[in-house]
Design a protein around this ligand. Structure first.
Ligand code: E4P
Length: 217
């Protein structure tokens, strides 16, 4: 399983890129809004930090396929690494069909059922993004959806890659890896949580104390 970072914050992307663990970025309208700057400006900055797929979503107000197609083409022009993120609707699928026929990569977002993932893949999506955490939020088991999509894509040899989205904790990450997902897109905070362990910190401290007892006195 590979890692993308789920943020539009250039500083967090830089930090995650520096430790060599991520190979792509996902953004969404809420994450872009958090940066408080123009979409193209933020996305262009991100393309300079990381050399890998960068998902930029069509505007949150766009619901019509033709508008999504027009916007998608504009997003794709920003940089060759751009992936156009499209919401899982009938209009969204129409847009995915057209964009993928133009060799523009797409990421179908807001997927909450295996049927949605299957349809998105059949429409030509490069990536499908099932949302784990938001399912957990409503007292359903998010990881069960990931397992089901992995199973269906294997049985039917579907090439679309599964990005586990709405990942909120290291346990989510482990669950996605065990389920056989292609990618987990994780916030920087979760990457930090995955790195740290109290026994690692205690071990470092003990090594320091033992070493200094002999060599620094
Ligand atoms: C990524 O593609 C999604 O937009 C993101 O993971 C959503 O996460 P959230 O449910 O924590 O907002």
């Amino acid at each position: 399983m590979r890692f993308f970072i789920d943020t539009a914050n250039p500083e967090d992307i830089r930090k995650a890129n520096d430790i060599g663990v991520i190979c792509g970025v996902t953004t969404n309208p809420s994450l872009i809004a958090k940066e408080g700057r123009d979409f193209k400006e933020v996305i262009s900055e991100i393309t300079k930090i990381i050399d890998g797929p960068i998902s930029g979503e069509v505007a949150a107000t766009t619901v019509d396929a033709q508008e999504m197609i027009t916007e998608g083409r504009e997003i794709a022009k920003i940089h060759p690494n751009m992936v156009v993120k499209i919401p899982m609707t009938l209009e969204g699928l129409k847009a995915v069909k057209v964009l993928s026929s133009e060799q523009i990569e797409t990421n179908v977002t807001l997927i909450f059922t295996a049927n949605q993932a299957l349809l998105a893949a059949r429409a030509g999506a490069t990536y499908v993004s099932p949302f784990l955490g938001r399912l957990d939020d409503i007292s359903t088991t998010g990881v069960a959806l990931i397992e089901k999509i992995v199973q269906i894509f294997r049985i039917h040899q579907i090439k679309a890659q599964i990005i586990c989205a709405s990942v909120r904790s290291p346990i989510h990450v482990m669950d996605c890896a065990c389920a056989g997902a292609d990618i987990a897109t994780v916030p920087y905070k979760v990457i930090e949580q995955m790195v740290t362990h109290p026994l690692t910190n205690q071990g470092i401290e003990k090594f320091r104390i033992d070493y200094e007892k002999i060599f620094n006195k």
